[in-house]
Design a protein around this ligand. Structure first.
Ligand code: ZN
Length: 484
């Protein structure tokens, strides 16, 4: 056995335990009885204690020193293990366990506060989460910027300055496009009611059409749709609203995009550091290209229109063109997850600015609601009428995911680049999509992105896939062509 073999054998068990922790998280959102919340928080903290001890184990440093020159996969695994180890030894075990416990508890408290429209009930635990994550950010940054240190967990190699510059380039063209789209005649809306059974049947059919492997996954319902796991157990969730079938349909396609990435990683990387997505931004590029550039295209919505008429009968839309406009309706609204492609990144920009202020100590949690509501009115011309339409709408901050939101916009930018390259390589794409067959597009994404997992760093993953440097131009051009 070489030092590398020893290290990888140790690491494989750590990866397996991390998968177990992720599955407990899935269970918490999908199956767990509400009364188990406090016990689950302790279970999560116990598992995090084990994971933290393994990741900070001093033997890792010795193995890393003793590893000799090896192949590309070996180098990538060492790079990822080293990053995880250096992170773990900076964070005290007590803090890691406390974060796991408090964020597990906070998600249940957030869900109840959101249902009750009760910000005051959420603020104490949010204050705890912010305090602990700031402490972690400071420990990781070692004198540097705490927000950037947290951001690096989700998007290694990117700084808040890079992202602020990206948003500064996106914002003016998005705002101009929104004003143009809102001034146009309003798109038609669906009428009637859409029974849940029909929505879930369509969700399963569309997931299969995209190539989601139900032998190595499952589709359930949760408050906030998400994807959990990697390798041979990649689960997705969706939600239903009887008045709005697009919520379920597009949440499902989005999560399928994430799941195809994890299911598509080369099996040789199973339970190794390389065997997961390269970053959250790269991950989001896979979900968004499936949801938007493919799922909301004129060609694919033409097929969806036919399937929905088969399942639900007449819903007040007379043609495929009207249906395409209904799917891509641009309207003022409060909710990020329901936002159209034009306004989506403006919702992210608001969160990016507020969470930086929270993490840098420039905004107190007690002032967050007022700050959110003022900013929302200024950015969207709409007053926030209730907390679930404002600062209580998203799960992320209760889960301690500070630094995560901007990766959504980075993912949209990457999706724009990938889509431009995809259209160049696959001239028959629209003809396939009009038949409800995204297979060729998914095979392209698999060959260019999925199979590599984390073999290359995030920026290199996208650069290699598109054959050049990514930028926001292709996304903005696509949006202006579609919505202008
Ligand atoms: Zn996503």
């Amino acid at each position: 056995m070489t030092a590398y073999d020893d290290l990888m054998a140790f690491q494989r068990q750590t990866e397996a335990l991390a998968q177990v922790s992720g599955r407990l998280g899935w269970d918490q959102e999908v199956m767990m009885p509400e009364g188990a919340a406090a016990q689950r928080a302790e279970e999560m903290a116990a598992l995090e204690t084990v994971l933290h001890a393994r990741r900070s184990d001093p033997r890792i440093g010795e193995w890393l020193d003793d590893c000799v020159t090896m192949d590309e996969t070996g180098h990538a695994n060492l790079r990822l293990v080293r990053r995880q180890h250096e992170r773990a030894i900076r964070v005290p075990a007590r803090l890691a366990a406390e974060l796991a416990r408090v964020t597990s508890l906070a998600q249940g408290i957030w869900a109840r506060a959101r249902a009750d429209e009760d910000v005051a009930a959420f603020l104490p635990v949010l204050g705890d989460v912010v305090r602990l994550r700031r402490e972690e950010g400071a420990a990781l940054a070692q004198g540097g910027d705490p927000y950037d240190a947290l951001l690096h967990d989700y998007e290694p190699g990117t700084t808040s300055d890079d992202l602020a510059a990206m948003f500064a380039r996106l914002r003016p063209r998005l705002v101009a496009l929104r004003e143009k789209a809102l001034a146009a005649p309003p798109a038609p809306r669906l009428t009637g009611s859409f029974p849940e059974a029909g929505q879930l049947a369509l969700a399963h059919e569309v997931a299969r059409a995209f190539g989601y492997d139900f032998e190595r996954g499952r589709l359930d319902k949760s408050v906030h749709p998400f994807t959990a796991g990697s390798g041979d157990d990649v689960r997705i969730t969706t939600r239903t609203d009887e008045a709005d079938p697009f919520n379920c349909l597009y949440s499902t396609i989005h999560e399928v995009g994430h799941a195809l990435y994890e299911q598509g990683i080369d099996g040789a990387h199973l339970l190794t550091p390389v065997g997961q997505g390269a970053s959250m931004g790269v991950h989001e590029s896979q979900s968004r290209i499936c949801e938007n550039q493919i799922g909301r295209s004129r060609a694919f919505t033409g097929w969806i229109y036919g399937r929905m008429r088969d399942i639900f009968g007449d819903f007040g839309i007379a043609s495929e063109n009207d249906f395409f406009r209904a799917v891509n309706r641009v309207a003022r609204g409060h909710i990020r997850t329901e936002a159209d492609e034009v306004q989506y990144n403006l919702h992210i920009l608001l969160r990016f600015d507020l969470e930086q202020a929270l993490m840098r100590g420039d905004l107190a949690t007690g002032d967050l609601e007022a700050a959110w509501n003022d900013r929302f009115l200024a950015d969207f011309g709409l007053a926030v009428d209730r907390p679930s339409h404002g600062m209580l709408q998203d799960v992320h901050w209760s889960a301690g995911l500070f630094g995560y939101f901007p990766t959504y916009s980075l993912g949209n930018v990457y999706a724009g680049c990938l889509h431009a390259a995809l259209c160049r390589d696959l001239p028959a794409l629209d003809a396939d999509l009009a038949r409800g067959d995204p297979g060729a597009a998914i095979r392209w994404l698999h060959a260019k992105v999925h199979r590599y997992g984390s073999l290359h760093d995030p920026l290199a993953t996208i650069t290699r896939a598109i054959g050049g440097e990514p930028g926001e131009g292709p996304l903005l051009d696509y949006l202006e062509a579609k919505f202008g």
